[in-house]
Design a protein around this ligand. Sequence first.
Ligand code: PLP
Length: 475
Amino acid sequence: MKLLFERSVPGRRTFILPGSSFPKREVPEQLKRKAAPHLPELSEVEISRHYTELAKQAFGVNSGFYPLGSCTMKYNPRVNEAAAALPGFARIHPLQPKDTVQGCLEVIEQARKLLCEITGMDDMTFQPAAGAHGEYAGLLLIKKYHESRGDSKRTRVIVPDSAHGTNPASAAMAGFTVTTVPSDEDGCVDLEALKAALDDTVAGLMLTNPNTVGIFDRNILEITRLVHEAGGLNYYDGANLNAIMGWVRPGDMGFDVIHLNLHKTFSTPHGGGGPGAGPVGCKKLLMDFLPSSSIGSRVFEGEMPHTLGQIRAFYGNFLVVVRALTYILTLGREGIAQASGMAVLNANYLMRRVRGAFTPAFDRICMHEFVLTLEDVKKETGVSALDVAKTLLDHGMHPPTMYFPLIVHEALMVEPTETESRETLDGAAEVFIRIREMIGKEPEKLHLSPLTTPIGRPDEVGAARNPRVRYEFSE
Ligand SMILES: *Cc1c(COP(=O)(O)O)cnc(C)c1O
């Protein structure tokens, strides 16, 4: 497909600017460009077609099944977009006088109350812009807490080996050293290893439950109790609340601080790195340390002597909060519980349907996602998880998350989400089964996939490390 610059024709224009009624001013010579900027010259319809063609090449949740585990690529109802686009929300400025934005502050306040109720927390800040940013803020709360007690020995954070990569990274950024504890054969925290790691140098534990293999840790109350007993605090990575919202609450599991990814569970489209929000909730004992421009009267009066300060400009990504509130209010208490219930049912249904073809890494009831291991397939046939993922593309399906979590070899992590119908799940199961048959008959063919997409197998590491995002002009 041609780039805009390659379609450019000198002199072609899209716009007609009206004449200016302002007197002409001369720009000082030293500020003037020496050469005209390289801008593509095109007509409006050419630009429109270019972007429509690009959009058709991208795979989104509106194109088909998108079971990207740990990412919760569920369908986001359009009504939430409509709410976020209302001019009263979209066309405001954070420096506007407070009495002109009371409705918007009310949105944040309502969202705060509802999300605190859903998570079992006492207070929440909406400043963090994403999950990892929330982890960082939450860890600073833990740090402030120990500092405020004069407990300066606590420099370690415990993270299970199944954790999302952002957990140890955030802990390191917040100035902690990371102690990794192994998982047992169920993918859960190894209690003996946890006990051995606990002492008076532990600031806290970071945990996801259900964890990154989609399994609910049955020992959760024991785990959080052990950490508290050792004087540490418990951090809940709530990036994916899709399995538990409306059923169990991190606050009741013994967690002191959490973050949520509103862009995963609460209806903000996030493919391609769109806007996010990683609100951080906490129990009473951490409230005084929350970022300073949170919501609530005490904040606007500037009475937060122990705050960790500001970690992002103004209120965070406000329109993401509007979507989340609309989503929660349209679903209601029952709808929220039904959504996560369906997410778990769909994952278990699909896991059972593909179990004959591929091996689940942990063969027990899963939560909102499950992990397959293709270690045996790879050994027998040379076909890897990557080959299968690429072949799925030829069957009109977005591949699951690959090679994550790291503790499972040749992993494919499938998260169907609650918004898929039984027919879609049956269709996906048939595709997995058909691919397993292909592997039996013509394994070498899978190394060639995908054959039907605009590009085949790009150099993904190269694309991430050395992206070429500028057009190189010949002259
Ligand atoms: C997505 C995710 C994160 C990171 O969230 P970002 O918004 O991408 O920073 C952290 N933990 C888990 C378990 C996740 O799935």
